[in-house]
Design a binder for this molecule. Structure first.
Ligand SMILES: [Zn+2]
Length: 236
């Protein structure tokens, strides 16, 4: 009787070990062969295409200052880190920087958190620039912005904006190398290539940022896209 029981338990243990080995092998294969942009366990590399894990990797770096700045350092953009600061009761920032030079110039100096900068860089390089060349046949010479850090509530609301945490940026338009200005207020939904371009970059922003608000959201956003890395989840 005792021998039968021992044999039974040995088979059970062997079965568990086999199941664990198979499970481990499956995870190892998944990790090895999943493209990095879809693999949440791969380190963030801003040269990767946008994938299913991109947004998750940005948010994972929210409190990992070193890894976030290391990812930015790989891109060639220039920035000056800003010490963490509480500027008033409801405003301030952590892991922030002032952008010196990105791949495309911006019309104003932007001070933002590191993950907001990583997201903005990704959108600029992987979405905006290719869309301009494909749809409008010109490169983007300058991104028109209303700014990033600003100690204020959301327009028409008493809630504090992600701008008050340096975690948001407003983009109003795109100056092209051929001189054209594609701006949200004039060209959104115009049925031409300008409208198609704006729709493409809005949709692309939704894959990168937590919150993307434009003219379809409300009248306060009729002339710009609001892009932020707060806790929300809105794409309109
Ligand atoms: Zn905004």
């Amino acid at each position: 009787m005792k021998n039968i029981l021992n044999a039974h338990y040995l088979r059970l243990i062997a079965g568990w070990i086999a199941a664990l080995a198979v499970g481990w092998a499956v995870l190892w294969l998944l990790n090895k062969y999943t493209p990095p942009q879809h693999n949440p366990f791969a380190a963030l590399d801003l040269s990767d295409p946008i994938g299913m894990a991109t947004y998750r990797k940005f948010t994972n770096l929210k409190h990992d200052r070193e890894a976030c700045f290391a990812a930015l350092d790989e891109t060639g953009i220039e920035y000056t880190p800003i010490p963490d600061r509480q500027t008033s009761e409801n405003c301030g920032f952590q892991n922030a920087l002032t952008l010196g030079r990105s791949m495309t110039p911006y019309s104003a100096t932007l001070s933002m958190t590191c993950i907001q900068t990583a997201a903005l860089y990704t959108w600029e390089v992987k979405v905006v620039r290719p869309a301009a060349e494909e749809i409008l046949g010109s490169e983007v010479a300058r991104m028109e912005t209303y700014g990033a850090f600003s100690c204020r509530t959301i327009a028409g609301s008493r809630r504090w904006s992600q701008h008050s945490r340096a975690n948001a940026v407003d983009i109003s338009g795109f100056r092209l190398k051929d001189g054209r200005l594609i701006d949200v207020k004039t060209h959104w939904g115009n049925g031409g290539p300008e409208g198609e371009f704006l729709k493409r970059v809005r949709d692309g922003a939704c894959r990168v940022f937590s919150v993307t608000l434009g003219p379809e959201y409300n009248a306060a956003h009729a002339d710009h896209f609001h892009l932020d890395m707060g806790r929300g989840d809105v794409c309109r």
